[in-house]
Design a protein around this ligand. Structure first.
Ligand code: AHG
Ligand code: MN
Ligand code: MN
Length: 342
């Protein structure tokens, strides 16, 4: 890998080109997908930044120009990604949290060899209270023979991802991605509109600091999960206690723990036996990133990226973060398969 320090000015474009050169066989298509995602991220960031003004700005605009109701930001983010990605000739299909089925590439555009799966706006219920939200994406290679992507192309295990990333729209906008050669973070410099390399080769600390879990579900957890959480808090034979932090935006909780160490957990519970988070466009991409950063991700028993998906919007329990905390979960929870849908 080309060595960069956080102090030299490296745009995301330069970084992607340099990474591509390490693969003489690369055609540039994957790089194109990453640029286009960076562009979509900038467009979404600009909308998110004025979210509180949406009613004020939106009503006038909509009455005069479109004559329709202001759209919710997650629908807008979905449209922005689809429009930024559908015409580049690199994708054969897409799938989004916001759409029930496969999103086809319009007939007038070329089809490429990759599929894109994404959560356009993660944590969108937090928008109204000005809490960070995000975008998560995953790229897999097409495996079927036809021109257009099919369900079989979408339902590939996370181990087959060729790229994955997320964007956090926080106090600054950051994009973190991996193509399997480390996880790298870029911060948007709003004065020049460029993502600049700010966090090369991210490593998740192993002595985790944070525990992120919504413990209002505790009454519905299995006894093993209750015990695990007590141990994370330093009780019942646990080690150094982790400190509780829960935003309720997966991207924000994940990002904090990636940089500071710790674990995010969304366990299965008796009301939601497969948890809440979606395998293909939430759990898999973040699992790829955390593994590249030296951490881990399991559903309680299996590595998330080894799960064979059966449905586009499939849910999975998730324990993701520093290796030692994830292994502690695996030790305590493996053996119970009824709550992980195995
Ligand atoms: P989304 O906004 O994309 O539907 O995702 C919301 C998710 C995730 O961001 C967060 O970790 C989780 O919902 C929070 O769920 P609880 O409110 O059940 O804790
Ligand atoms: Mn989400
Ligand atoms: Mn979402």
């Amino acid at each position: 890998m080309v060595k960069h320090t956080a102090t030299s000015v490296v745009t995301i474009e330069r970084f992607i080109i340099e990474q591509e050169r390490l693969h003489p066989e690369a055609t540039g298509e994957l790089s194109g997908i990453l640029y286009d995602m960076a562009l979509a991220a900038k467009m979404i960031a600009s909308k998110v930044r004025s979210a509180g003004l949406a009613d004020i700005l939106g009503s006038a605009e909509n009455e005069n120009v479109q004559g329709e109701m202001q759209q919710r930001l997650d629908v807008l983010a979905n449209e922005m990604i689809v429009k930024a990605m559908d015409h580049g000739g690199r994708l054969c299909a897409m799938a989004s949290e916001e759409e029930p089925g496969i999103i086809s590439i319009p007939e007038q555009f070329r089809c490429g060899k990759y599929c894109l799966l994404f959560d356009p706006l993660d944590g969108s219920s937090n928008i109204d209270v000005n809490v960070p939200v995000g975008t998560i994406f995953s790229v897999v290679r097409k495996i079927t023979r036809g021109k257009h992507g099919e369900m079989e192309d979408m339902l590939q295990p996370g181990r087959r991802q060729v790229a994955a990333g997320y964007v956090i729209y926080g106090s600054s906008t950051m994009l973190v991605y991996t193509t399997g050669q480390g996880a790298h973070g870029f911060t948007l410099d709003p004065s020049i509109g460029e993502f600049l390399l700010s966090h090369p080769n991210i490593r998740i600390p192993d002595d985790g600091r944070y525990l992120s879990v919504n413990d209002s579900y505790e009454q519905h957890w299995d006894d093993d999960v209750k015990l695990l959480m007590r141990r994370y808090r330093g009780l019942d034979g646990g080690g150094k206690p982790l400190s509780g932090r829960y935003v309720g935006s997966l991207v924000a909780d994940f990002h904090r723990n990636l940089l500071g160490g710790g674990i995010f957990a969304y366990p299965a519970n008796r009301k939601s036996p497969k948890g809440k988070l979606r395998l293909l466009y939430e759990a898999n991409p973040l699992s790829f990133i955390v593994e590249e950063a030296g951490g881990g991700a399991i559903d309680g028993v299996r590595d998330v990226m080894n799960i064979d998906p059966t449905e586009l919007h499939q849910r999975t329990p998730l324990y993701i973060g520093s290796k030692s905390a994830v292994e502690q979960a695996r030790q305590l929870l493996s053996g119970r398969s009824e709550l992980v849908g195995a």
